[in-house]
Design a binder for this molecule. Structure first.
Ligand SMILES: CC(C)(COP(=O)(O)OP(=O)(O)OC[C@H]1O[C@@H](n2cnc3c(N)ncnc32)[C@H](O)[C@@H]1OP(=O)(O)O)[C@@H](O)C(=O)NCCC(=O)NCCS
Length: 322
């Protein structure tokens, strides 16, 4: 597929190290690491004992194997973790235990600059993957929330971005507006396609009224303060079908042409992308976590080897975003 080939080419040129802490726990992650190294896609860090890894990784200059039990900087990482979380009540004894958890250890490697990006979640739940990152890596100073997006690709179709599909359960209007703007930024800066953002609802421009509709309408007004092409609230057919958009009186450039779809809550977003992937046979790349201070991406536990490689590609590209 043209777009993923293009993204891969750009990612390959970036000098960054991605940590994949589940390689010794999951054969799909291990295989992806072998592919990444073979294709010279990225420098990687994996966690475990040397003997747990195949020769292709042990002998590769691109792959660094770190054993938590014998890591020389463990005391520094432990103290840094303690300093970061002591205001939340973390004691030094708790920090000593927590740093041995690969999810916390890998976030601290990322925080300390040993790695530039992190990809996990093939084995771990979303909560176990993201909680340490939310606590340690935090959001960019200009943002207030992290949000999860899915890049939806199909041959011959313009790429689409769906959000939030993985993290914010029931965002407020303010949060929804930030999800819309952050998604537009990703589409523009990383995918390098001009974003046209639709905030979705079961109502189009006031055709129905309820608190759920008001939330999306208010979010749209807030998001419109940015310079992006944004419109809402609107139904999915108004966003995607030009004839319906015209019939419903939508005059913006978004109606019928939306390529960034913002869902009102996590039920809608998560169900929505899975329906499109299943019935529409789209390739779903993500969840792509936007707004972390340094990129952390959470895989789906049903992910395939090629999806893991795609996520490493996106993670490398995110190391360059502002
Ligand atoms: C990820 C998740 C587990 C975090 O829940 P939690 O641990 O109960 O979260 P808390 O409210 O205790 O927050 C933990 C930290 O993360 C931060 N945080 C939580 N959500 C955040 C967000 N969306 N953006 C930025 N920071 C966030 C909190 O501010 C807090 O930081 P602090 O400890 O420094 O104060 C929760 O948001 C969740 O379950 N989301 C749904 C994910 C899911 O199940 N998805 C399934 C589809 S893939």
């Amino acid at each position: 597929m043209k777009i993923i080939n293009e993204l891969t080419k750009r990612a390959k040129a970036i000098d960054a190290t991605i940590i994949l802490p589940e390689a010794n726990l999951d054969s799909r992650v291990m295989q992806s690491c072998e592919i990444i190294v073979k294709k010279n896609l990225s420098k990687i860090i994996v966690l475990g004992k040397e003997s747990e890894f195949p020769l292709s990784l042990r002998n590769s200059k691109l792959c660094k194997i770190i054993d938590i039990d014998s890591y020389s900087e463990i005391d520094t990482l432990t103290n840094d973790l303690y300093e970061l979380r002591k205001h939340k009540g973390l004691t030094i004894d708790e920090a000593k235990k927590l740093i041995l958890d690969p999810a916390y250890f890998s976030c601290m490697l990322l925080k300390s600059g040993v790695a530039d990006g992190l990809v996990a979640g093939a084995k771990w739940t979303t909560a176990n993957t993201l909680r340490p990152a939310l606590q340690i890596i935090k959001t960019k100073p200009t943002k207030s929330i992290v949000t999860g997006a899915m890049l939806m690709l199909k041959k011959g179709k313009e790429p689409k971005l769906f959000a939030d599909i993985s993290l914010n359960v029931n965002p407020t209007s303010e949060e929804l507006s930030e999800i819309a703007i952050s998604s537009a930024e990703f589409m523009q800066d990383v995918v390098q396609v001009e974003p046209r953002v639709a905030l979705l609802s079961y109502s189009t421009h006031g055709s129905a009224q309820s608190d759920m509709v008001t939330k999306v309408a208010n979010a749209t007004q807030l998001a419109k303060k940015s310079n992006f092409k944004i419109d809402g609230e609107m139904q999915a057919d108004s966003a995607l079908n030009i004839i319906t958009a015209k019939k419903k009186g939508i005059k913006s450039e978004v109606g019928g042409h939306a390529n960034v779809l913002i869902f009102p809550d996590l039920n809608a977003g998560n169900i929505g992308y899975k329906m499109v992937a299943y019935f529409g046979e789209y390739r779903a790349i993500g969840p792509i976590m936007l707004n972390f201070n340094k990129p952390v991406n959470d895989l789906s536990r049903g992910c395939t080897t090629s999806e893991i490689v795609d996520t490493v590609v996106i993670t490398k590209l995110l190391t360059q975003s502002k």
